[in-house]
Design a protein around this ligand. Structure first.
Ligand code: NDP
Length: 321
């Protein structure tokens, strides 16, 4: 049986692994089979991770974090976790291909998943013009006209990045002000290829085998219009990935895993959570990494307390015999 299993391979998971490995706990980190590295794998330049004044590419940062975790003895397996059993002293984690693993403690660092618009045709045209990842799919939209939905940092980042390929990028936002940070807003506002479509929501996507246009509804006066585009990038935020723990761990009203105060402790002993899966507000690579640190330290203390209790019980037994 292992000491600690970490589920998730974003900044929270790998930072937890670095700390746990340096504490001699030989962690097993289960990274997804297709999404290993988490969201930063889909990011271009990361300009706000301390220590990189020139910026660093998201995938490069993740490779470095993995190298650092492995250097201290983390075992990384690329496989999907399909089920977890968390209530007993021995936690078990089932995977798609690598079998079932057992540990005395588990850290959930499963991050969050792209939010969907939830409209008809979004799924049908997924991969046929509808995308959630500009860095993955932007290349396919050379000289095309496309739309990005959303008003946060993600939408601004995606729109700005997509101007490298597309001839024109509409940003469709349901309000007339952006949620994005000032610097990201400015970058988008000054980009000649970007045009904002304010107070508008996407209510339909036209096209049989590929995106041909969007049906928009004005959120102020309810009027409808058509926007001819060949691509739609959805950048409207993320939802925490908690499907594995439904019915086992307590969740917050916002849908994140509930933890005790500033700690990573869930409602079950030996089960900890870190990163975007517990954080509906800040959701930065740096805050996720810090949260991973907290989880590793909490798990370390939990395991030490178990060892201490076991040693004391053994001593009592010896002195009684
Ligand atoms: P946010 O939650 O910040 O923004 C989501 C945007 O999508 C909002 O403008 C919201 O509109 C809009 N939206 C939400 N749901 C819908 C819907 N159903 N239909 C239409 N529009 C919708 O998410 P982000 O992914 O942009 O950012 C998340 C976090 O990650 C933030 O903390 C951000 O700062 C950070 N981030 C940082 C980056 C960087 O620094 N390089 C890059 C990307 C993200 P409304 O405003 O009306 O609520």
């Amino acid at each position: 049986m292992r000491e600690i299993i970490i589920i998730g391979s974003g900044p929270a998971g790998f930072t937890a692994a670095i700390y746990a490995a340096r504490a001699g706990l030989k962690p097993l980190l289960l990274a997804s089979s297709v999404e290993a590295g988490g969201e930063l794998m889909n990011t271009t330049e990361v300009e706000n991770f301390p220590g990189f004044p020139e910026g660093i590419q998201g995938p490069e940062l993740m490779i470095k974090l993995q190298e650092q975790a492995e250097k201290f003895g983390t075992e990384v397996i690329l496989d999907d976790v399909t089920a977890v059993h968390l209530s007993g002293d021995v936690k078990s984690v089932e995977t798609g291909y690598s079998g079932t693993f057992e540990a005395r403690s588990v850290i959930f660092a499963t991050g969050s998943a792209y939010r969907k618009l939830g409209i008809h045709d979004e799924e049908r045209l997924s991969g046929r013009g509808v995308s959630w990842c500009a860095t993955c799919d932007g290349f396919f939209f050379k000289t095309k006209t496309i739309a990005v939905v959303g008003g946060g940092d993600s939408a601004m980042e995606e729109a700005t990045f997509l101007t490298r390929f597309a001839e024109k990028v509409y940003v469709v936002h349901r309000k007339d002000t952006l949620r994005a940070s000032k610097i990201m807003q400015e970058r988008a506002f000054t980009n000649e290829k970007i045009e904002f479509v304010w107070n508008s929501e996407v209510v339909g996507i036209a096209g049989e085998n590929a995106v041909e246009g969007l049906s928009l509804r004005n959120t102020v006066d309810g009027s409808e219009s058509e926007l001819p585009v060949q691509g739609l990038f959805v950048a409207i935020g993320n939802d925490p990935r908690v499907h594995l723990v439904h019915g086992q761990l307590e969740l917050t009203a916002e849908g994140t895993i509930a933890v005790d105060g500033r700690s990573s402790k869930t409602n079950l002993p030996g089960v900890f959570a870190a990163g975007d899966v517990i954080d509906p507000h800040y959701r930065q690579a740096v805050t996720a990494a810090a949260s991973g640190t907290v989880a590793a330290l909490d798990a370390e203390q939990f395991l030490a307390a178990l060892d201490q209790a076991a040693a004391e019980a053994a001593e009592t037994l010896v002195s009684a015999s």
